[in-house]
Write a protein that binds this ligand. Structure first.
Ligand code: FDA
Length: 327
């Protein structure tokens, strides 16, 4: 989108840059701002604090593109532990009682879970094989069903868009407790929004965070924003409990106006934001009676996630660069 964003995403792939970012203590406070901790325990602690503030959570175990089946199986084991630990949390039960988490929206009467998880198909082993990744994904869904929980597939770089859509199409038939993410920067996204509406699959709409070629994605930020608003409105009207995932206050205000004009029930959708970003906005939306969910990442494989966050706001990098020059 912006030159700064592309530059940072490209620079982040260079080995010397990786070494500096991973090791320099100057990055630590910024890493801490975006990542809830290295362990599940730390992530659950951060989640409980959010629940107390009336905010739902989706937990993300950081990591993508496994290099062997063993790595993917280890990631699956962590997903299973996350689900079983969530099921034990008293604060989750308490949140459900307090908020009466039942949407009255036209399409679903399912419980909207206070603490669900987001996973990546490349972490389930998609690069090792579609069937292998599908089995791992299905195993995670089976565990989630035991506690009526929900598992969302994050959307990754565009080479995975169609494989992800194909996987969701197959798996959702016998697993209603899953859904995915769609990215407005992709030219194909109007079609994908129509598809998930037809499937009535729960979908999170984002602008898109990866470095994509001009052949597949808008480079111009205003075009991405325009597509985002158009697609969010369709999901709000006809989607199944859509997640409007953005920190863009202007867009949020426009969608709040739309929802009010169309008398769309606040309980039929949720706003989502990333951990560490616009906490003020998260809280004001909760006060206004909107459902808000925060994406809480944890784990030591934070580098790719972290650099995508830096790229979204080049001012973050400038701040660190100045500190490095001074120090
Ligand atoms: P935009 O980037 O235009 O930012 C709008 C404003 O938000 C900025 O002006 C600033 O105030 C604030 N802001 C945004 N990012 C910031 C940052 N890093 N630091 C400080 N302030 C910041 N992407 C993807 O490709 N696949 C996925 O599965 C997901 N999943 C996902 C889940 C959730 C819950 C969210 C909120 C986002 C994602 N994303 C994602 C990321 C998404 O694609 C996008 O890159 C970011 O949300 C940033 O875009 P905004 O919509 O916030 O707008």
């Amino acid at each position: 989108m912006s030159l700064g964003r592309n530059f940072i995403l490209r620079a982040a792939t260079l080995k010397p840059v990786q070494a500096i970012v991973r090791k320099s203590f100057l990055f630590r406070p910024v890493v801490k701002r975006f990542i809830a901790g290295d362990t599940l325990e730390e992530a659950l602690k951060a989640s409980e604090e959010l629940l107390q503030r009336g905010i739902r959570i989706t937990l993300d175990y950081l990591g993508e593109n496994t290099h062997s089946e063993a790595e993917a199986l280890a990631a699956k084991a962590t997903y299973l532990t996350m689900l079983s630990e969530i099921a034990k949390l008293e604060s989750v039960q308490e949140f459900s009682r307090r908020t009466k988490s039942y949407p009255t929206g036209k399409l679903t009467s399912a419980v909207i879970e206070p603490l669900n998880i987001s996973i990546k198909l490349t972490q389930c082993g998609l690069d090792q094989g579609t069937d292998f990744a599908e089995q791992n994904y299905r195993d995670v869904l089976t565990e989630a069903m035991k506690s009526s929980n929900f598992v969302r597939i994050d959307m990754e770089a565009s080479e995975y868009t169609q494989p992800t859509m194909d996987m969701i199409e197959r798996v959702r038939m016998d697993n209603p407790n899953t859904g995915t993410v769609l990215q407005s920067y992709l030219y194909r996204n109007d079609g994908d929004v129509a598809t998930v509406i037809q499937w009535q699959a729960r979908t999170r709409l984002v602008k898109g965070a990866y470095l994509e070629p001009e052949a597949v994605a808008y480079k111009d930020k205003s075009k991405v924003d325009e597509a985002y608003v158009r697609q969010a409105k369709l999901l709000l009207l006809d989607g199944n409990y859509p997640a409007i995932a953005t920190q863009d206050e202007k867009i949020i205000n426009e969608l709040k106006k739309f929802v009010s004009e169309r008398s769309i029930d606040k309980s039929g959708f949720e706003f989502q934001m990333l951990y560490g970003i616009r906490r003020d906005l998260q809280e004001s939306l909760v006060r206004e009676g909107f459902n808000v969910r925060v994406y809480v990442p944890f784990g030591d494989a934070w580098y790719p996630y972290f650099t995508r966050r830096l790229a979204e706001r080049p001012a973050n990098v400038m701040f660190i660069a100045k500190a490095m020059l001074k120090g």
